[in-house]
Design a binder for this molecule. Structure first.
Ligand SMILES: Cc1ncc(COP(=O)(O)O)c(C=O)c1O
Length: 380
């Protein structure tokens, strides 16, 4: 049986979500922009999903713009809100879709400011003040990091940034469904979501926005999604996202408790192994994520050994899987490159068991033993 411990990369679709989607693939094929009955059925389903997603993050349904996922939501937030070349500040530990969007803006003569993090992966007041001194028009700070799971105090930084005259975007893709996310309380103007991180289908997400923000569409055409994002809506996927959002809201606490317990079990077992390093172990993290390294064992090699034992983990962000090398998040935290190359991420989900965690630890122990035996042989 596969021990799937890579839920920050993607989650299995919930059976209840799939059941909700199937009629929209089989029967209700109308274009939601069509005025006849088939079209109206599809339109109604989209609007129900919009309400479900809005409820999950305490926003108004009209603030939800469906996109093709977290990547598109991040691109739209950054490129759409900075209409003229200005200055953008992004944290050093953002997902590639935020960093690459900011870099694209920089090519177009927009000043790019990096908000540094400390050794725990957290933004500090000093770093924030330094970044704001450049006068950014947009600040982007992720709510929870996909690799370390570290949660930033976005409400605090948003308050500072808004007072300094900036718009604030937060990438909440990893946070939502794992911890409470409240768009209004965070005080941000733009917030990105992705369905496949919360047991919904892939290829659908949303940008939640304060309607006072002047947002330039990146995809133009038929004017769907209130003109923010043209293109015929992926009705079944949006329906699935809505159902997944509803379940995430209703089941947040039991899911949280379940993953906290398993995470504790993992951390407790890892703490017995002298050589294992856990990154950002002392700060507020997602309840499901542990980022660790075994010095001397390359992360990719450990991942392969795990795969042989039918255990799925990641050696970094799956969305960065085309790139090899050390985790940029760890390097930004000042972790030595040789240790950063050994990093492996475990991200627990609602259906994992004690056995999954124990199986992971057992392979870690075997690999350390093999490493020690090889070292002994080299000495002999
Ligand atoms: C923090 C973060 N933002 C954005 C994304 C991209 O989301 P999507 O896969 O829906 O494009 C990911 C995916 O891993 C992520 O972890």
């Amino acid at each position: 049986m596969t021990a799937y411990l890579d839920h920050n990369a993607s989650t299995p679709i919930d059976g209840r979500v799939l059941d909700e989607m199937l009629p929209y693939l089989r029967f209700h094929y109308g274009n939601p922009s069509s005025v006849y009955r088939q079209g109206r059925i599809a339109r109604q389903a989209i609007e129900t999903a919009r309400q479900q997603v809005a409820l999950l993050v305490n926003a108004h349904p009209s603030q939800v713009v469906f996109t093709s996922g977290g990547t598109e939501a991040n691109n739209l937030a950054l490129k759409g809100s900075v209409v003229a070349p200005k200055c953008v500040a992004v944290s050093a530990v953002e997902h590639a879709s935020v960093l690459a969007s900011a870099q694209q803006l920089a090519i177009e003569a927009c000043q790019l400011v990096r908000i540094e993090v400390d050794e725990d992966g957290l933004i500090t007041e000093a770093a924030m003040s330094r970044a704001l001194a450049s006068g950014p028009k947009l600040v982007s700070i992720m709510l929870a990091n996909n690799e370390t799971g570290v949660i930033q105090d976005v409400a605090r930084w948003a308050d500072m940034a808004v007072s300094a005259g900036a718009l604030v975007h937060t990438d909440a893709v990893q946070a939502v469904g794992k911890v409470e996310v409240d768009f209004s309380a965070l005080g941000v103007q733009l917030l990105s979501l992705s369905s496949h991180k919360l047991y919904g289908p892939k290829g659908v997400g949303a940008l939640v926005l304060d309607k006072r923000v002047e947002l330039a569409a990146q995809m133009v055409g038929g004017g769907q999604e209130q003109g923010y994002r043209s293109g015929t809506e992926n009705v079944a996927a949006i329906v699935g996202f809505g159902k997944a959002a509803e379940l995430a809201r209703l089941e947040l606490q039991p899911r949280r408790l379940h993953t906290i317990n398993l995470r504790q079990r993992l951390l407790q077992q890892l703490s017995q192994i002298e050589t294992v390093a856990v990154f950002a172990g002392q700060v507020e993290c997602l309840p499901n994520t542990v980022f660790l390294a075994v010095p001397g064992i390359d992360g990719e090699a450990l991942l392969m050994e795990m795969d042989r034992a039918d255990i799925a983990v990641s050696s970094g962000s799956a969305c960065d899987s085309q790139k090899s090398g050390a985790s940029q998040t760890l390097l930004a935290m000042g972790v030595d490159e040789s240790l950063a190359r050994c990093a492996v991420r475990v991200s627990i989900g609602k259906d994992n068991t004690d056995q999954d965690v124990d199986a992971f630890v057992s392979v870690v122990k075997q690999q350390i033993k093999a490493l020690q035996e090889n070292a002994m042989l080299a000495w002999a």
